[in-house]
Ligand binder design. Structure first.
Ligand SMILES: [Mg+2]
Length: 267
């Protein structure tokens, strides 16, 4: 493990190569993990650092499973690119784009949300319809693992009936359109579209591993210089340690890293 100051220098050095981008997950990376997803707030020091970095860098992007509307509201920076619903939609400099194939599933997802709410009335289960996907959070259930065992099969049946993909995340089940989009393909598309030559990615969860693997592949092929930064927290998947190039400790580690990188780039 490198000393944090060395990592800031390494990141700043990488980000002297142009065009350059900083891309990050939101929950657990830029915001602390909270009992209910609706309580998540961007860490103020991180928001400040991102605002400053957006002035230096060609791209500052947030890639999340949340909807674009939701994450934009929580971050509130207009020169950041927001990629939501794991790459099915994005907001970039005032323009909103959605994957056209995903739109066909919007009514299905609403039906599933209704049907699930009718069938399952467990305390602490939170259904979040994100237009292009649906999340069922069970973090607040009295016994989360028992709740997962109970609702998992119900969601599996609904997913197959409505031709949706069921993905399991951290204390959450997600239903998505069966399209081959994930954070990895979304990040690769962003790199190509902006012709990025240097990319730093930050993430803490299973879905971020897709982005890290894609980015490592682009690096191996010689398309970009890249660094995958894993954000360590109590709930990070064990593979994060091996897939990320380097680790930082939690949201506080991210805040201090971004602040140092900005100061180094401002020199
Ligand atoms: Mg996360």
């Amino acid at each position: 493990m490198e000393a944090p100051e060395d990592l800031a220098q390494q990141v700043a050095k990488l980000l002297t190569i142009q065009p350059r981008g900083l891309c990050s997950d939101f929950d657990g990376t830029l915001s602390r993990i909270v009992p209910s997803p609706d309580e998540a707030r961007i860490e103020p020091a991180i928001r400040d650092a991102l605002a400053r970095l957006a002035r230096h860098l060609d791209v500052v992007a947030i890639v999340t499973g949340r909807s674009v509307d939701d994450v934009r509201r929580r971050v509130g920076l207009s020169d950041v690119i927001y990629i939501g619903n794991h790459g099915l939609e994005r907001w970039e400099r005032g323009e909103y784009l959605v994957e056209p194939q995903a739109l066909a599933y919007v009514p299905h997802l609403a039906d599933v949300a209704r049907e699930f709410a009718d069938r399952v009335q467990l305390p602490g289960i939170n259904v979040e319809l994100k237009r292009l996907s649906l999340s069922v959070h069970y973090r607040r259930a009295l016994d989360p693992e028992a709740a997962a065992r109970q609702i998992g099969p119900i969601l599996e049946a609904l997913a197959s009936r409505y031709q949706l993909r069921l993905v399991r995340g951290r204390m959450v089940f997600e239903l998505r359109p069966p399209l081959d989009r994930d954070k990895g393909s979304a990040l690769a598309e962003l790199v190509v579209r902006h012709g990025l030559r240097a990319v730093v990615f930050l993430g803490d969860d299973r879905t971020d591993l897709d982005a890290m693997r894609h980015l490592a592949q682009l690096r191996e092929q010689g398309h970009v210089q890249a660094l995958n930064i894993g954000v360590r927290n109590e709930e990070a998947p064990p593979e994060l340690t091996t897939v990320a190039d380097v680790l930082v400790d939690g949201v506080d580690g991210v805040a201090s890293l971004l602040d140092r990188v900005d100061r180094l780039l401002s020199r």
